[in-house]
Write a protein that binds this ligand. Structure first.
Ligand code: PMP
Length: 338
């Protein structure tokens, strides 16, 4: 008999899928690492397991303890799966910008969800950074995960995601392109790939309203770069310790509208039903097209599943209210023609 001993054993070994239509203007082979195949439907399952295992190993997390994290949903989902299998309680602190679907999913998996305002400074006592830290000090036998600065986050991708991509491409990968939030994915995968072949180029996808691109180019943390934006999962108003700027060759910024429109195009043209940051990643890849030669092998990573965005990106009214569906586009399928 072949079976996993529990749901956590099904994490990882996600497929690499060739993109055929959405990248047709690029001659290089473009492959997508589709992380929705993980049991929590996102890449974050990988780092959730690694962060918890490392915390158990050095005693930060004790039996029957409470796990606390400020999470945009996907990390919470991964943590929830591990918490269930290993017998922990979970509190997720989430900003009100995140989709209702993400909150409902966390609650369905037994997590307590605390919602905080998005548009306050990170050091404001109401911010989700501050609230998670406060809950961690107030709750007995608790452990604050802190995916932004927790080295096990990037390590999970150095140990698993990076080697998987290297093996799946037989070492032929030339470029890796991925959205950056905590920085765990780009830093872990990027470090592994650059150790294997320092010529591999690592590109981060950033949002308008986030500090990463300017900081990478100038070394300046420019507060003028910070303003509210809609894209979920990527871009930050802080510099997480998990972003290893040294292994990143460059960032490109994608607008909220482009990220949304390309998330829908990805579903319609490839049948790959992914979240908002996947649209940003594919649009960013197209913005970088002059960097690719025909013989290159370009890998882009899609973080999470489209089901979490059915009330937003995949909802025509939501899109139209924000000016993301133009007048000549009346339904989703029209996007293909435009
Ligand atoms: N996309 C989505 C949907 C995410 O939830 C995240 C995590 N914030 C990212 C991209 C960015 O990944 P990382 O945190 O590893 O940089």
């Amino acid at each position: 008999m072949q079976y996993a001993k529990n749901i956590l054993e099904t994490i990882g070994n996600t497929p690499l899928v060739k993109l055929n239509r959405i990248t047709k203007e690029i001659e290089a082979l473009v492959l997508a690492k589709v992380e929705t195949f993980n049991p929590g439907n996102s890449l974050k399952d990988r780092m959730a397991v690694k962060m918890i295992e490392d915390a158990e190993a050095d005693g930060r997390l004790k039996p029957g303890g409470t796990i606390i994290e400020g999470t945009s949903g996907n990390t919470g989902m991964g943590l929830a799966l591990v918490a269930i299998v290993r017998g922990y309680k979970l509190i997720c602190v989430i900003s009100d910008k995140q989709s209702k679907e993400k909150m409902d999913v966390l609650r369905a998996l037994g997590a307590e969800v605390v919602v905080c305002p998005t548009n306050v400074e990170p050091d404001d006592p109401r911010s989700y950074y501050s609230v998670s830290k406060r809950l961690a000090t107030e709750t007995p036998n608790s452990w604050y995960v802190n995916q932004y600065d927790n080295p096990s986050n990037a390590l999970a991708h150095y140990e698993q995601t990076g080697p998987e991509i290297w093996e799946q491409t037989n070492g032929k990968i030339t470029h890796f392109i991925v959205g950056v939030g905590t920085g765990g994915t780009i830093s872990g995968v990027g470090k592994f790939l650059k150790e294997k072949n320092p010529n591999i180029k690592i590109w981060g996808i950033d949002t308008y309203g986030s500090v990463f691109k300017k900081y990478h180019e100038t070394g300046i943390f420019d507060e003028n770069e910070i303003y509210p934006y809609i894209t979920e999962g990527i871009g930050e108003d802080i510099l997480p310790k998990n972003v290893n700027f040294d292994i990143i060759d460059g960032f490109t910024k994608v607008t909220d509208k482009d990220a949304a429109v390309f998330t829908r195009k990805l579903a319609l043209e490839e049948g790959i039903f992914c979240g908002n940051s996947a649209g940003a990643a594919i649009k960013g890849l197209l913005q970088l097209k002059e960097h690719f030669k025909p013989e290159d092998v370009v890998v882009v990573l899609f973080h999470d599943h489209g089901s979490r965005y059915v009330g937003k990106i995949f909802n025509d009214d939501w899109m139209r209210e924000r000016g993301f569906l133009e007048e000549n586009i009346t339904k989703a399928a029209d996007l293909i023609k435009n």
